[in-house]
Design a binder for this molecule. Sequence first.
Ligand code: IMP
Length: 423
Amino acid sequence: MAVDLLLGLQWGDEGKGKIVDVLTKDYDIIARFQGGPNAGHTLEFDGIKHVLHTIPSGIFHENAINVVGNGVVIDPVIFKKELDNLKKFNIDIPARLLISRKAHLILPTHRLLDAASEAAKGKAKIGSTLKGIGPTYMDKTGRNGMRIGDLEFTDWKSKYRALANKHEAMIGFYNVDIQYDLKELEAEFFQAVSALQQLKFIDSEEYLFKAQKEGKKILAEGAQGSLLDIDFGTYPFVTSSNTTAAGACTGLGVAPNKIGGVFGIFKAYTTRVGSGPFPTELFDEDGATMGRVGNEFGATTGRPRRCGWLDLVALKYAVQINGVTQLMMMKGDVLSGFKTLKVCTAYQYKGEKITHLPYNIASENVRPIYTEMPGWDQDLTKMSTAKELPENLNAYIDFLEKELEVPIKIVSVGPDRKQTIHR
Ligand code: IMP
């Protein structure tokens, strides 16, 4: 049985959590493959809003097992908070949530290193969520990291000590003013590790391999978005993992020829949180309207998201890199009320019109060329079937499908599970 894959095609915050939640009824296993608590996956149903950071978005469904894969980095402190938040829902967590022994641990000093690195960069900062993601992946690839499996051995605290001591020395090298009380952070960390140790640690690649053989349906859940990919994103303003389709293979141990559907999620416009280039960014009333109507604030940091028109050059790039087989368009409802919609279909670059993503898409290099389309006024949020969608929205969708050469199978018209239109 093939493994389907769901990922974001822009700069994150596309609404992956909502769609994973909508699709989970058709799957036996939801497996998160990269990133860490820098993610904020928002789900809404029965009038309650849930934000998950590390726990896969299938956790609210009784039919599914949720796996945190080897490609994920886990902060026990945040993980424990997520577990505590779930307590009131009476979910049998130990039975439904499994963690890869090969997933790496975010230590308190990783978070401090993140803060020191960003402070030292000054104006050139990445705009990191400061969750310790970069330093943890650096330790992983530098072969210094601590993994979940280490927690099953009695000497894990001495490993921890050695690494934390090294980090403290490194923080000193940055020569910036970072205030912290490591004793306090460690007390919280050790308590959270004890909570984590109550859960089942598994060899997730073996578990998923067996599940495939048994014909179980698996959905791999990505975090962040393709334009934040460490290799293919807008480097260095990216995150530290492979957010693209290949990341599901390395982040779960799934062979490339076992990947089935690749579901690409995108917003009907574009947002970005943190620093870095964003060719279609708006600084006018239209951008402010998208931010206000779309409630565009980071689910993890609360920072306002930068907003702009849909960038088809970037989206096409993401569709190609991921081999997307079907698209899901989010937040169509937010565009209701715009008289004219703009879609970037090419860039002006070094005096030429180009339709691919060049090496550097900073605004001094790239100017978006727009195609304009008429907007619609209707409120979409109460609509539940494709037949109800306004004509101009259908024209917008048709245009995107033609440009991207991939069908748009879901149109989301609000944050709730029910506000999802299948086409
Ligand atoms: P980091 O991964 O926390 O180091 O952040 C690196 C960049 O990726 C920053 O611009 C963040 O704002 C952005 N980023 C990280 N995670 C997310 C996410 O889940 N959604 C949107 N942006 C993110």
